[in-house]
Design a protein around this ligand. Structure first.
Ligand code: NAP
Length: 228
C-alpha cells in the first residue's frame, strides 16, 4: 500500500459494521483491515484494492503492541470490533463480564494508547462504535452495557486530554449483522432484518464524522432504526 492517501485502521473489519466502514473509507483512504480470521480479511481485501489485512487478536496485548509499533502515522482509527455477551446480573458470570470488557473496553483503550504517537503525528481522528446500550442499560444487558458505558467515558477523557485529536463516539441501535442475529436468537424472537439499521448506514455516519471539516468536531452521533 503506497500512496499519498491518508491511512485508516478499522478494527472488526472482517464483517458487519467494520467491513462496511472499510468499504466506505477505501476510496479516499489506505485501509488496514483489523480482525482475527485471515480468510475473512483476505476476502474483504480482495474487493478493496486500497486495503490490506491487519491480523491480530485484540485481546493478545503483546501481539497488539508489536503490530501497533509498525504504524508511525495514522489519520483515522475506527474501533468497530466488539462482542455482546448478554445475561442478567444473576445469570452472567465473571467470564461474560470479562469478555465484554476485554474486547469492548480494554482493547479499545490499549490500542488507542499504543497508537497515540502515530495519531498525534497525523492530528488524527478516533472513532469508537459504541451502542445505544452505552447510553441506557436495560434488563439482561448489564455486562455489555457496562463495557460500552466505560468506553464512552474513555472517549470523553481522550477528547479532553488530546487536544490535537478528534474523537467521535457513534451509538447505533440494532444493526443487521451476525452479532444482532445471535442476540435475537438468544432473545427467542424472529429475525427481521428490515427492522434494523443496515451496516452501511452506520458506516455513513462514520464517514460523515471523518469527512467533516476541521472546524466541525462531531463528538457523539446516535442512530436509531428509522420508522417503517
Ligand atoms: P460482528 O458482526 O459480530 O463483528 C464483530 C467484529 O469484531 C468481527 O470483525 C470480529 O472479528 C471482531 N472481533 C471480535 N473479537 C475480536 C478480537 N478479540 N480481536 C479482534 N477482532 C475481534 O459485530 P457488529 O455487529 O459488526 O459490531 C461492530 C460494533 O458495533 C461492535 O462494537 C458492537 O458492539 C457495535 N454495535 C453493534 C450493534 C448491532 O446491532 N450489530 C448495535 C450497536 C453497536 P473476527 O472475524 O476475527 O471474529
Amino acid at each position: 500500500m503506497t500512496s499519498d492517501l491518508p491511512l485508516a485502521l478499522v478494527t472488526g473489519a472482517s464483517r458487519g459494521i467494520g467491513a462496511a466502514v472499510a468499504h466506505q473509507l477505501e476510496p479516499t483512504h489506505r485501509v488496514l483491515l483489523g480482525g482475527r480470521d485471515a480468510n475473512a480479511l483476505a476476502a474483504v481485501a480482495e474487493r478493496l484494492p486500497g486495503a490490506s489485512p491487519w491480523q491480530v487478536d485484540l485481546t493478545d496485548f503483546n501481539a497488539l503492541a508489536t503490530r501497533a509499533a509498525e504504524i508511525t502515522s495514522l489519520d483515522v482509527l475506527v474501533h468497530s470490533a466488539g462482542v455482546a455477551d448478554l445475561g442478567t446480573i444473576e445469570s452472567a458470570g465473571v467470564s461474560a463480564w470479562r469478555k465484554n470488557f476485554e474486547v469492548n473496553t480494554l482493547a479499545v483503550v490499549e490500542l488507542t494508547r499504543l497508537l497515540l504517537p502515530a495519531l498525534r503525528a497525523a492530528r488524527g481522528h478516533v472513532v469508537i462504535i459504541n451502542s445505544g446500550a452505552g447510553l441506557n442499560a436495560r434488563a439482561g444487558w448489564a455486562p455489555y452495557a457496562a463495557s460500552k458505558f466505560a468506553v464512552r467515558a474513555f472517549a470523553d477523557a481522550l477528547r479532553a486530554e488530546e487536544e490535537t485529536l478528534r474523537v467521535t463516539s457513534i451509538y447505533p441501535g440494532r444493526t443487521d449483522t451476525e452479532m444482532q442475529q445471535a442476540i435475537v436468537a438468544d432473545e427467542g424472537f424472529d429475525y427481521d432484518a428490515s427492522r434494523y439499521l443496515r451496516p452501511d448506514s452506520v458506516a455513513t455516519a462514520v464517514l460523515t464524522a471523518v469527512s467533516a471539516s476541521r472546524d466541525a468536531h462531531l463528538t457523539d452521533l446516535t442512530l436509531r432504526p428509522g420508522p417503517a
